[in-house]
Design a protein around this ligand. Structure first.
Ligand code: FAD
Length: 433
């Protein structure tokens, strides 16, 4: 056990909303006598994107509130209290630290500019300890360092697989501590938004670790869908075709390492196959985009992307609005966009096609599409979203350059009976709850 450097510290929950396998929390507990849990609703996350969309739309806001309620209960069971407050973290945390006599903040490292700016402002005011805590691989032990990752996924994967190391899970807290003063009431928090997903959503689940583990139990152990994942993952209808882990991974209710070690346990009992390998392969993509953000910084959000190409696409507000609302007249694109509009979720196949259509057929700027996804997706993750968009727009990591999807061909292949298109083209928003 390392020596306890601090008497009292704050643990700043960010996109790591779990107690199990929370490496940053583990370090806080090992280094301090008392740890207080804090989550800050940063107004930046509820501001507007440059194209005027809510950065965090209603589906994700509600999902986050469910996640925090689940976490609040877990923290309470460990003897602590989750302090929830609205405000800029670089103001809230130093104020709480002064009032409570806390000497440092422990947290999970973020990978994008806005969040890093927050970290720098905070670190100027009090000791801030950050950890790679939302990734599969050990970023402190990569063969190429964390800022010199090969820029194509295949090169990255092959190098990573040469020296494969996925850390063991971090142990959950033995105990946590209550806040030294009464917490703000629920009226101080953002209210739930009056929206519910369409009942046909492919993601009919709630937020929080408890739900994430129920889903894993179902997808891996009860249905054993994991054993077929490689052949079903490109389907589009219903919850079973892919894991649907992304929303919980995005806010950290489950960690990629927890999923990885469950895959290994599954392989021991049922045997390894292409599908079990492919689940880990997809989790590697997630790490890859985080490493690209570390390597290329804000370029991930520039019109010319990490390649620094001249910006393409001509802004046409009416054409964009038709795309956003699923009214372009191209049925496969429209069905996917309506699913996103009405549920906050879209399959990977749908995302690729809808993005390709916006960039290559409609000739619109990719950033506008990425910002709409940012607002609407329940699983929005800045590095995965902008990484995939730049990839598809030909300004990212795709070694083949342009990648244009033929939507008619894709519809014939992935929705041959037209069932998916009929469902979403005819769907209406359910009444407000
Ligand atoms: C234009 C576009 C935007 C996207 N935006 C996001 C986003 O904001 N957040 C997000 O989590 N994913 C994003 N993706 C990746 C992918 O579509 C989703 O992760 C996946 O559809 C989620 O469903 P699942 O959990 O059932 O995935 P599964 O197929 O079961 O995969 C398991 C996990 O692997 C990871 N993964 C799978 N594919 C990718 C990928 N291409 N890139 C990165 N990670 C991947 C996810 O964490 C996923 O939960 C985007 C893809 C495209 C083409």
């Amino acid at each position: 056990m390392p020596s306890r450097t601090y008497d009292r510290v704050l643990f700043w929950f960010r996109d790591d909303l779990r107690l199990n396998d929370n490496l940053a929390l583990r370090h806080a507990l090992d280094r301090a006598r008392q740890v207080h849990a804090v989550f800050v609703f940063d107004p930046l996350r509820w501001s507007k994107t440059p194209r005027g969309f809510d950065k965090t739309g209603p589906f994700r806001t509600n999902f986050l509130l469910e996640t925090l309620e689940d976490l609040r209960q877990q923290v309470a069971r460990a003897g602590g209290e989750l302090w929830l407050e609205q405000g800029a973290p670089q103001e809230v945390l130093p104020r709480l630290a002064r009032r409570w006599g806390a000497q440092a903040v422990f947290a999970t490292q973020a990978y994008t500019q806005e969040e890093e700016d927050r970290e720098m402002e905070l670190a100027a005011l009090l000791p801030l300890h950050l950890y790679h805590n939302s990734v599969l691989l050990d970023f402190d032990d990569l063969p190429f360092g964390d800022r010199k990752t090969p820029s194509t996924f295949t090169d990255f994967r092959l190098r990573a697989e040469e020296r494969w190391s996925v850390p063991e899970l971090a142990a959950p807290p033995e105990r946590l501590w209550p806040a030294p003063e009464p917490a703000p009431g629920p009226e101080a928090l953002p209210p739930r938004r009056p929206v519910r997903p369409h009942p046909a959503t492919a993601f009919p689940f709630g937020g929080g670790s408890t739900q994430a583990w129920l889903r894993l139990e179902q997808y891996f152990w009860k249905s054993q869908d994991l054993a077929r994942y490689k052949v079903t993952r490109d389907q589009m209808l219903g919850p079973g075709f892919s894991s649907k882990f992304s929303p919980w991974l995005a806010n950290g209710a489950i960690s990629p390492r927890e999923i990885y070690w469950e895959v290994k346990r599954f392989e021991q009992q049922h045997g390894a196959n292409e599908s079990t390998y492919w689940m880990v392969f997809e989790l590697l993509w997630r790490d890859f985009f985080k490493l690209m953000a570390l390597k290329f910084g804000p370029k991930l959000f520039w019109p010319g992307g990490i390649k620094g190409k001249p910006p393409r696409g001509k802004w046409d507000p009416e054409a964009f609005e038709r795309w956003r609302l699923g009214q372009t007249g191209q049925p496969f694109c429209d069905a996917n966009m309506r699913e996103l509009l009405l549920t906050g979720f879209m399959s990977n196949r749908g995302r690729q096609n809808a993005a390709s259509y916006l960039v290559h057929e409609l000739g619109l700027p990719w950033l506008a599409g990425a910002q709409w996804f940012e607002s609407q997706l329940i699983d929005y993750d800045p590095t995965s979203n902008y990484g995939n968009w730049t990839y598809l727009a030909g300004v990212g990591n795709d070694p083949r350059g342009e990648r244009t999807f033929n939507l008619e061909g894709q519809a014939q292949r992935y929705d041959p009976q037209g069932e998916f298109q009929r469902l979403w083209l005819g769907a209406q928003a359910p009444p407000e709850p």
